[in-house]
Design a protein around this ligand. Structure first.
Ligand SMILES: Cc1cc2nc3c(=O)[nH]c(=O)nc-3n(C[C@H](O)[C@H](O)[C@H](O)COP(=O)(O)O)c2cc1C
Length: 213
């Protein structure tokens, strides 16, 4: 295995938040994408993608995603809606809906229905008010556990910790053991800059057995 000996050290405290953001986003990848559906206190549906996103644990089944504040330190609509209603749906993003997902990332004003702007079809959820995205093969209905504020000012974080109440997996991609088929859902991940990845180039690495003898 190759070892690295020469490093460029970037002291985070000496850098602008924007610079640290671009460095983080180019080093942590590929990142899964949560296409998050919420509704405002007065019922306007909202959609936005977040790639600072992952699962947390299985008991309860839970996930996190992290909308940052904008350049002026203002919260995004997703955070305002979650605070007001404590519900969301996390939809996954297959290659086929990449353009519409990208459109939903535009900073529309809060009164705009982003399902309509992006061209997505809303599907009623079973347990929460935010609709699901019919073009996504896996939708997770969630209730908010807590929002952890990380830092303050521009580009500070709101780590949204959510419990999954119901998984909806498109039957054609749902395996008998209740997992999703990786080929069937064909998800994309975010790289740094404008880059994205698919999951089509794959390899297996079985779990190691304990060395014997
Ligand atoms: C693929 C992708 C991933 C994104 N990931 C994040 C993220 O992790 N955190 C964040 O604050 N913004 C992220 N954005 C930008 C938000 O989607 C964008 O700010 C959006 O307008 C927020 O919408 P809202 O105000 O309706 O919540 C991402 C955008 C794209 C296209």
């Amino acid at each position: 295995m190759r070892t690295y000996e020469d490093f460029t050290d970037l002291m985070a405290a000496d850098r602008e938040p924007r610079e640290n953001y671009f460095t983080l986003a180019s080093c942590i990848l590929p990142r899964p994408i949560a296409l998050v559906s919420t509704v405002s206190a007065n019922g306007v549906p909202n959609l936005a993608p977040f790639s600072f996103f992952n699962g947390v644990c299985a008991n309860p089944p839970s996930l996190v995603f992290a909308p940052v504040t904008d350049r002026t330190g203002k919260n995004k609509d997703t955070v305002n809606n979650l605070r007001a209603t404590r519900e969301c749906v996390v939809n996954v993003v297959p290659h086929e809906i990449r353009e519409a997902m990208n459109r939903s990332s535009f900073a529309f004003p809060p009164q705009v229905n982003e399902f309509e702007e992006a061209g997505f079809t809303p599907l009623a959820s079973r347990l929460v008010r935010p609709p699901r995205v019919a073009q996504s093969p896996v939708q997770m209905e969630c209730k908010l556990i807590q929002i952890v504020k990380v830092g303050e000012g521009p580009l500070s974080g709101n780590l949204c910790v959510c419990e999954v109440l119901c998984f909806h997996i498109a039957s054609e991609a749902c395996l008998p053991n209740g997992t999703a088929d990786v080929t069937g859902i064909d998800l994309v991940g975010r790289l740094g800059g404008d880059g994205y990845a698919t999951t089509r180039d794959r390899f297996d690495l079985p779990k190691p057995a304990l060395p014997t003898g």
